[in-house]
Design a protein around this ligand. Sequence first.
Ligand SMILES: [Zn+2]
Length: 449
Amino acid sequence: MTGTAERTHWEERYFQAEIETMRREELEALQLERLKATAQRCYQDIPFYRQAFDDAGVRPADLQSLDDLRRLPFTTKQDMRDAYPFELFAIPVNDGRVQRLHASSGTTGNATVVGYTQNDIDVWGDTFARAIAQVGGDEHSILQVSYGYGLFTGGLGAHEGGIRMNSTILPMSSGNTKRQVQMMHDFGVDILACTPSYALLIADTAIEMGYHPATEFKITGAICGAEPCSEGMRREIEEKLGVVLVDIYGLSEVMGPGVSCECQHQDGLHVAEDHFIIEILDPDTLEPVPDGEWGEVVFTTLSKECSPLIRYRTRDISRILPGVCRCGRTLRRMDRVTGRTDDMLIIRGVNVFPNQFQEVLASFPEVTSYYQIILTSDGPLDHVILKVETVPEFDFDEIRRIEDLQRRINAELKSNLQVSVEVKVVEPKSIERSEGKAKRVFDLRGDVR
Ligand SMILES: [Zn+2]
């Protein structure tokens, strides 16, 4: 996708080559065996699934091939909320085997709660460690974890990966950005794990503090997930920090970060198919779409003991990339998630994901990756203001240049996304920075819709 040719001198790194390059037939046999066991356990130990299977007229014993997965019922986020707190657990919480609980923020209803046995945590560590290997990390590396620690799965997920890899872990969590930079420099950190917007803030803060991290810091890799990252933003972080950035994907309901991860070719995220079956479905018909076509991502867990999930509808939009990757991994690749069906904005009848604005902005060297989308009502019509920030080198005093830039961005958005927006170019550093996931969309249209 991007110019990775200069990186091919890197030795290909596998953390678990025997799995990551397994022949497809063997992998599918392994998936089927684990799927049967998972379905059996769900039916036996979780009343919700017994009911759902019975309602669908299917029994675990009916699973004779991977195609039979399509006969199984779906699980939705609402099902998980309704099961609050522990009704979807296959193991009672006080049983002695449940080692940890994580939960989603639950801003719109009950939180979704997920339990982990020691084996669940080990699997998580394994899959995250694959990502560490992708950026050249090993037991000699220092891994700075700047995802938030806590109920959110980012911090502890990366932490488990570091343990599994035997790396030296620096558990920074998010916040106190100057100290993050200072320790990254003083300790000789090799790999950073955090959200892309926080990686950018760390890079910018380092530069403000007078450092030139691309050449003065030891860091060579970044593992960034939990929010979309455009190619432009990736390049900006890579250049400022002097790293290779790989995108990692996961969601707390399914496990946390590590469900899929890019390799150094940055051409799709290899799914940990030994632990998860991915399906891409048409969100309306819920029928599978062919490889290469976009649809809703649905996961079935294959090895989770405490919180197994059958056909969990993530509401994330992605697609399977056809063909095999140059790295030799046989694990299939999903494309980077363009958005969640929940995040989709409907602007004057046109469906747009916030990330699509970011992709368009990436083609303008005059602006940074910081932007905000503000939606208001203009009578019955939607009005969109897109605030974008210029790079420091841009001459902000020349009004003609500002107007020209606004006009060009507007035209590009119109031709790419078919939406008309009011572009407001603002001075460097006037858009609020984020230490975790960036808030980019402000919908002030009210509840009258
Ligand atoms: Zn690859």
